[in-house]
Design a protein. Structure first.
Length: 90
């Protein structure tokens, strides 16, 4: 069942990227672990980061502490997904 939960987290992260950053759903569906995010997607700027993380927290029922946040977390889709899965599935 862990894989179902991990898949649900991935679906949620993709939905948040679409909803908060107004990205095209088909484009986000193509994201893989190496897809660059921060610095590569103009919509994901420093102002959008807080909204993105808050929405992830709300939808997954998790809390991201300030000291847990590192810029590398937003470098790629894979990094963001790993972080959120670790938080949501612990």
């Amino acid at each position: 069942m862990a894989s179902d939960a991990a898949e649900k987290v991935e679906e949620t992260v993709r939905a948040v990227l679409v909803d908060i950053l107004a990205l095209d759903e088909a484009d986000v569906a193509e994201f893989n672990g190496e897809t660059e995010l921060f610095g590569a997607i103009p919509e994901l700027d420093s102002m959008a980061v807080a909204g993105l993380l808050t929405e992830i927290e709300d939808r997954l029922g998790i809390w991201i502490e300030d000291d847990e946040f590192e810029a590398e977390m937003l470098e790629t889709f894979g990094n963001l997904l790993r972080f959120t899965q670790e938080k949501a599935l612990q």
